[in-house]
Structures are given as structure tokens and as C-alpha cells.
Design a protein around this ligand. Structure first.
Ligand SMILES: NC(=O)c1ccc[n+]([C@@H]2O[C@H](COP(=O)([O-])OP(=O)(O)OC[C@H]3O[C@@H](n4cnc5c(N)ncnc54)[C@H](OP(=O)(O)O)[C@@H]3O)[C@@H](O)[C@H]2O)c1
Length: 390
């Protein structure tokens, strides 16, 4: 993997941070982060390089090209599950502490959306991360309607709404300019050129720096990119859902120099191996019980896939989640997965993915093994699949 440079040691990271720090104002909060991390460093797991340091990430990747290029850590952090759609979650303080740990460990890309919560996930990201805005980026998403703090299930990308949502996101994220604004789902009633022009205007005004689209077709990507260059496409992509390899999306990204951000890269936790047919998920704050692939019958059958990942990982010293993330990273140097977690141990495990590399032949062996286990159950129920951009 060309991008998988060995991580710098924790001491190296701190040295780099210190050098960068010359140009930074060291806030009390930052000092607290360093203190918290120093405390955890002594209890963290061992790395494959033999050092007993906390996991960190130094490898960077570039999403997009030219004026809209975006330099980010090779793995981002999906903020959504800290308080939305992933069931029981830690209290706010613990969430903020975990986000600070991620910053301290070198993560520079954090992903949220207006609809997560709704609103409260952006608020959490703003509270935890705005103090680090000079060295990390929070990306967010518009396009799914929120009225009086509640999602309506409708799409709304009318220019006036995009402008309003942009102002609201700036306020909640405590930023002057959004590093990246994605259209979350296409609005069938607003031509994509009109959306792209609205974003181009917001860029001219300095309110948005870059933009992207989620779950969108190759044709629409072309049309949008012609009006306002895209930095990244964010769609579901992992070992149990590989549609972007065949529907032209990855091809068009390659051709036009657009980055790709796979969401739910561990298939909402399933590929990490902690979920089985008896797992109790709380439907009041978890969308997984409503997904066909998370029904007990599907889970039972699809567990063969997780077993295959574990078998592949075991002789290599990798966990199933690390196999899932490393597989994505080796696909293209302009792919940046955004796994989410509520746990420091999983954050560390996910970041340590960067310490492994496998050959093309080894990955082919894994893909061949998995071909024997067809995935059971759709990823989305019908109503949700219908919102996917054409
Ligand atoms: N654009 C879109 O339409 C869209 C849709 C969905 C998501 N997203 C974005 O993608 C991000 C990630 O997606 P996601 O949360 O759906 O899926 P994910 O990252 O594939 O999975 C998150 C789940 O995996 C578990 N996990 C994380 N690391 C693990 C490990 N090493 N071993 C075992 N389990 C592990 C987490 O549980 P623990 O808390 O126990 O670690 C969590 O429940 C979101 O935060 C959001 O920003 C975008």
C-alpha cells in the first residue's frame, strides 16, 4: 500500500505537534487533551512495531484536486454514532474526551451531518472540535429536511434552504467557514446544476471551502462537477457492499480527480465481529434493527463473512475490523474511510490498521474466499433505498 507508511511513534507525533504548536495558540483545553492522552498512553496496547505507545496516525491522503484539494489523515472519524443511530452511547463528557483523543492521535477529518441527532451531533462536534479548527476539519451535510429539530424524511436542496442550513451549521460547529459541505441525498425537485451553483456562490462568499455528494450516480457527479468542482463523494462501501466498483462511481472519481470517502466502512460494526444474531440493539436510537441485513437470519448467514475476515487476519496479527479498513485503503490512494466508534480501544485498533499492508495477491485471496458467501439481506429498507441519487 503506497500510502501505508509506518506510523510515527507517539514521541515523534508529540514532537511534530510541538513544532506545529509554535504557530498555534496552546489553549487550556489542548493542554487537557495532552494530559488525558499522557494518562492513557501508559495503559494502551502494544503496537506491531514493538513500541508500547498509544496508536496514532501520521499518514495523510488528498481528496480531490487543484483548488479544492483536501489534505486529511488517511482515516477519518465518523462522529454520527457518538449520539445517533448506534444505540446506547457514552455521556457527553466521554464523547468529547474521545474526540479529543482522536485529535491528539492525528485524526484530522471528522464527519457529521445536520440530520444526525438531528442537530445534536453537529452541536457535539462544534463543542468538542471547534477549538482545533486550525489543524482539523469537520465535514457536514445538508439536504435532508429538519423542521423544529425533527427530520421529516424529505429531501430539500433548494438554494434558500442550502443557504439557511449553511448558516445554521456554521453556528452549531462554531466555524466561520465550512471545510466541506456534502449534499446528503439528492433532491429530485432541484436540478443538480442549481445546487452546484449555490455551493459555488457560497464558496465565493467564503462560507464553504469545498463540497461533495453522497450516494449519487456517476452521471450526476459529472453534471455537478462541471459547474463546481467536487472534492469527494461519500457513499457506502465496504466488503459487504461494493456497488461503487460497478456502477461507475469509482471510475468517474478516478477520471475527474475526485476523492472517495466510504461511509459505514465496518458495515455499521458488523465486520468488526462484535455482533451476532442474539445482539440486542436499542431501536429507540439505533437504525440497525430496521435494516434487512441486521435481521437475525441475515446476521446468522453473514457471520460466515466475518469469520473469513477473522481467519484472514489471524496469521497476520490483524483484527476483522482492521482487515475491513485495510482492504478499503489499498483500493485507491484517494480513498479515506471514516469509521465511527464510542470506544478508545476501537479508535486505537482502527488507527493501527495503518501498520499493516498485504499484497495484491493476498487481497485477491480474501476476495475469492468471500465470493463463496453471498451477502444475505439488503443494506437499506425500500423507503431508504428510494432516496439514493439517480
Ligand atoms: N453519507 C451518509 O449517508 C452516511 C451514512 C451513514 C454513515 N455515514 C458516516 O459514516 C460514519 C461511520 O458510519 P457508521 O457508524 O454507520 O458505521 P461504521 O463506522 O462501519 O461502524 C460503526 C460501528 O462499528 C463499531 N466499531 C468501530 N470500530 C470497531 C472495531 N475496531 N471493532 C468492532 N467494532 C467496531 C462501533 O461500535 P463501538 O462504538 O462499540 O466501537 C460502531 O457501532 C458515520 O459516523 C457518519 O459520519 C454517512
Amino acid at each position: 500500500m503506497e500510502e501505508n507508511k509506518t506510523n510515527i511513534s507517539r514521541r515523534g507525533f508529540l514532537k511534530t505537534a510541538a513544532a506545529v504548536g509554535a504557530a498555534l495558540t496552546i489553549t487550556p483545553a489542548y493542554e487537557k487533551v495532552m494530559a488525558a492522552t499522557n494518562a492513557t498512553a501508559t495503559t494502551s496496547g502494544t503496537s506491531t512495531s514493538g513500541s508500547a505507545t498509544a496508536a496514532s496516525i501520521s499518514a495523510h491522503r488528498t481528496l480531490g484536486t487543484g483548488k479544492v484539494a483536501f489534505d486529511v489523515s488517511a482515516l477519518g472519524f465518523g462522529v454520527m454514532g457518538l449520539n445517533y443511530h448506534r444505540g446506547v452511547h457514552p455521556d457527553r463528557k466521554a464523547c468529547i474526551r474521545l474526540l479529543h483523543e482522536a485529535v491528539d492521535r492525528g485524526v484530522t477529518l471528522f464527519d457529521t451531518a445536520i440530520i444526525y441527532g438531528p442537530l445534536s451531533n453537529e452541536e457535539l462536534a462544534g463543542e468538542a472540535l471547534s477549538q482545533f479548527k486550525d489543524r482539523i476539519s469537520v465535514t457536514t451535510k445538508f439536504g435532508l429536511e429538519v423542521v423544529n429539530g425533527k427530520g421529516t424524511g424529505r429531501q430539500d436542496s433548494r438554494p434558500a434552504t442550502i443557504r439557511q442550513y449553511c448558516e445554521d451549521s456554521l453556528r452549531r460547529l462554531q466555524l466561520d467557514s465550512l471545510p466541506m459541505f456534502y449534499q446528503h441525498r439528492q433532491d429530485p425537485n432541484v436540478p443538480i446544476e442549481e445546487v452546484a451553483q449555490t455551493i459555488a456562490d457560497l464558496m465565493k462568499e467564503g462560507k464553504v471551502q469545498r463540497w461533495g455528494m453522497c450516494e449519487i450516480s456517476a452521471d450526476t457527479i459529472r453534471k455537478a462537477h462541471a459547474v463546481c468542482p467536487l472534492t469527494a463523494i461519500q457513499s457506502e462501501y465496504h466488503l459487504m457492499f461494493r456497488e461503487v466498483e460497478t456502477n461507475g462511481v469509482l471510475d468517474v472519481c478516478q477520471e475527474l480527480g475526485i476523492g472517495f470517502v466510504p461511509y459505514s466502512p465496518i458495515n455499521r460494526g458488523f465486520l468488526g465481529g462484535d455482533i451476532n444474531e442474539y445482539t440486542q440493539l436499542d431501536p429507540s436510537n439505533d437504525n440497525r434493527p430496521g435494516l434487512p441485513r441486521f435481521q437475525p437470519e441475515a446476521i446468522r448467514s453473514n457471520t460466515r463473512i466475518v469469520n473469513a475476515l477473522q481467519q484472514f487476519g489471524r496469521p497476520r496479527g490483524m483484527t476483522a475490523a482492521q482487515v475491513a479498513l485495510a482492504w478499503l485503503l489499498q483500493k485507491k490512494p484517494w480513498i479515506v474511510p471514516i469509521p465511527g466508534t464510542t470506544k478508545l480501544s476501537h479508535l486505537e485498533e482502527n488507527l493501527r490498521t495503518m501498520e499493516f499492508s498485504c499484497t495484491t495477491e493476498e487481497w485477491k485471496e480474501l476476495e475469492d474466499t468471500l465470493a463463496a458467501f453471498p451477502v444475505v439481506g439488503d443494506r437499506y429498507p425500500k423507503w431508504e433505498q428510494e432516496r439514493i441519487g439517480k
